[in-house]
Write a protein that binds this ligand. Structure first.
Ligand SMILES: O=C(O)C[C@H]1NC(=O)NC1=O
Length: 244
């Protein structure tokens, strides 16, 4: 039995529902999806400051998931906030949706484009490309220039801009695949893949299948070296006991 904790690092219930539905749509019959978000933090993550706040919430949820004995954790925000810290805290695998989508794209095409929300967060995707070693594989990055929560306003305007941006990327970038750069776009990938005729990849569903694979292979986060549990030390205030 595989139980996957899917963490929306922002506190938007609507986006948590979108993300949970996308995960359940691809989960295997004996996989259970637990879609969660932090009790406190940022309603959307649109920059380095929001990410720093969100990382604490991610770690709180990872600790709860570990105590519940989940088979794996997914960080369902395109900045993969708190990824390595979460891997220190976790026993089970932890996968961010940006790394999941990028890895998947490199299996299907020699170049991929990224379509995300705000121009100012493009730098976060660039940092991840460098960190994961995919800079050479990414032909271009685009932003629809709408805030993250525009994807949950019910108007469909953001979804239409994502579609237009993907069409333009296919025509202009010389990419064979497109990575959707926001957890809130998770429900768009299958329809866009069909319409564009190229792989349009959502990191939530990609990460679900990766966690299932690691679970089936009996593989977990390495606790040998720099991803071992945090060093034991007394933490103060709200962080008392947080590292154990
Ligand atoms: O950076 C972005 O546009 C997307 C990122 N922010 C957020 O609240 N969820 C995300 O996936």
């Amino acid at each position: 039995r595989c139980v996957i904790q899917v963490i929306n690092p922002n506190t938007s219930q609507a986006m948590t529902a979108t993300i949970g539905a996308a995960a359940r749509a691809v989960a295997a019959a004996d996989t259970e999806i637990l879609a969660v978000c932090p009790q406190e933090g940022a309603p959307s993550i649109e920059g380095h400051f929001d990410e720093a706040i969100a990382a604490v919430g991610v770690l709180q949820q990872v600790k709860l998931g570990r105590e519940a004995g989940v088979s794996g954790h997914i960080i369902a925000c395109f900045g993969d906030p708190g990824l390595l810290a979460a891997r220190e805290l976790a026993r089970a695998p932890v996968i961010g949706i940006a790394e999941a989508a990028m890895h998947t794209a490199t299996l299907l095409a020699t170049r991929f484009s990224i379509v995300t929300t705000l121009p100012r967060t493009l730098i976060i995707a660039r940092h991840l490309l460098h960190q994961y070693g995919f800079e050479r594989h990414c032909a271009a990055l685009h932003a629809i220039d709408l805030p993250v929560l525009a994807l949950e306003d019910g108007s469909g305007a953001a979804q239409q801009k994502v579609r237009q941006q993907c069409l333009q990327a296919k025509r202009q970038d010389g990419s064979g695949a497109i990575v959707l750069g926001c957890g809130g776009m998770a429900d768009l990938a299958r329809e866009l893949t069909r319409e564009l005729g190229i792989p349009v990849i959502d990191g939530v569903s990609a990460a679900v299948k990766m966690i299932e694979s690691l679970h089936a292979l009996g593989l977990s986060t390495s606790k040998h070296g720099d991803l071992d549990f945090p060093l034991a030390k007394p933490l103060s205030g709200r962080f008392d006991g947080f590292n154990s």
